[in-house]
Ligand binder design. Structure first.
Ligand SMILES: [Zn+2]
Length: 107
């Protein structure tokens, strides 16, 4: 699933641009996060709201943006890192964030 603020427009030519890189027969669900989907026309709401996409759950689709302020402190070290090391740093810090959220559930 691709959830993006403008998924309705972004995905129009997606297969033409990167289709040759995707596995054959791959189905891609498109969704617009609940914060942004209400700013689109009604047609987008009913087509791309995660509220109506089976198995997408109740998700705002904005979680990564809410992490930006937390992840800003690692920006200097990722800026000079290699691509692989940058991915590992970001994965480590976002996993840590997810773990802390999991530990805080139910409180
Ligand atoms: Zn739209």
């Amino acid at each position: 699933m691709i959830m993006y603020n403008i998924a309705c427009q972004y995905c129009i030519h997606l297969r033409a641009r990167i289709g040759h890189l995707l596995p054959e027969g791959l189905e891609i669900d498109r969704a617009i996060g609940l914060f942004h989907v209400h700013g689109h026309k009604d047609q987008c709401f009913f087509r791309y709201s995660p509220s109506f996409i089976p198995k997408s759950g109740k998700v705002a689709g904005e979680i990564l943006e809410s992490l930006w302020s937390i992840l800003n402190h690692i920006a200097p070290s990722t800026r000079t890192a290699t691509l692989g090391h940058r991915a590992e740093i970001l994965d480590d810090h976002t996993s840590d964030s997810n773990r802390k959220k999991g530990l805080g559930m139910g409180k």
